[in-house]
Design a protein around this ligand. Structure first.
Ligand code: SF4
Length: 231
């Protein structure tokens, strides 16, 4: 059962061009060393739970005021009842945005067929060669992630891909490789990394504005709309 451990009641940033709230579920199948929600991802049982009734009552009250609901984590696709949550939230008149790391293409495929969210944001942790380092799973098989990219690029809903850029994890070669992999995609964002209390590896840092602009220049050769966030 998907448990909601956090509710951000208003966000103008999480759902592009919409007013929304954000629901945070727990658990994750990745171990990114730069995770901003590492307790939620790794030890959700230590986090408080907001009862489902409370969430639904809040959503009913805000229906018609907020436009969208973002479901994030942790990793939402780990939870069997995610489709049920999406259906119920849409039934209340909301658009639903799903954040995912794309490691469960089977779940995404079923969602896209049976109850598609209105927007999906998928993390591209790194180039395929660098994925294990960025996701904290050395030697991982990247095929599931590649399959999710393929599925989402073929989907009829708006989709974005995004990479949180971290010094010590990403190199220029990773960026070149991502540019080739995602060539021609509509929406791709580089996100700025900031260390915070919850990040597992405090040796990591973000790239400067200038460095990020250099990466964007490389990316725009193959992804003309590539943009940066949070700089
Ligand atoms: S996929 Fe997201 S939630 Fe999971 S460990 Fe990585 S950054 Fe954290």
């Amino acid at each position: 059962m998907m448990k909601i451990h956090g509710l951000s009641k208003l966000t103008l940033l999480d759902y592009p061009e919409h007013t929304a709230c954000t629901l945070f579920c727990g658990g994750c199948n990745f171990r990114c060393p730069f995770c901003q929600n590492s307790t939620l991802a790794r030890a959700p049982e230590r986090e408080p739970v907001i009862p489902r009734d409370e969430i639904m009552a809040f959503l009913k009250k805000r229906s018609g005021i907020l436009q969208g609901v973002c479901i994030t984590g942790g990793e939402p696709t780990l939870h069997e009842d995610l489709p049920e949550w999406i259906r119920q939230i849409r039934h209340l008149g909301y658009l639903v945005k799903l954040d995912t790391n794309g490691y469960r293409p089977d779940v995404l495929e079923k969602l896209l067929a049976d109850c598609p969210p209105d927007y999906v944001a998928m993390d591209i942790k790194s180039s395929r060669a660098g994925y294990g380092l960025a996701a904290g799973l050395p030697g991982m098989d990247t095929k599931p992630v590649e399959e999710s990219v393929r599925l989402l690029r073929a989907a009829r809903i708006p989709v974005e891909f995004r990479t949180t850029l971290v010094k010590g994890i990403h190199t220029k070669e990773d960026i070149r490789s991502i540019g080739r992999w995602l060539a021609g995609t509509d929406r791709y964002f580089l996100q700025h990394f900031e260390d915070s209390e919850n990040v597992p590896d405090h040796r990591l840092s973000g790239f400067s504005k200038q460095e990020t602009e250099g990466f964007l220049k490389i990316l725009r050769r193959t992804i003309p709309g590539a943009a940066a966030r949070g700089l």
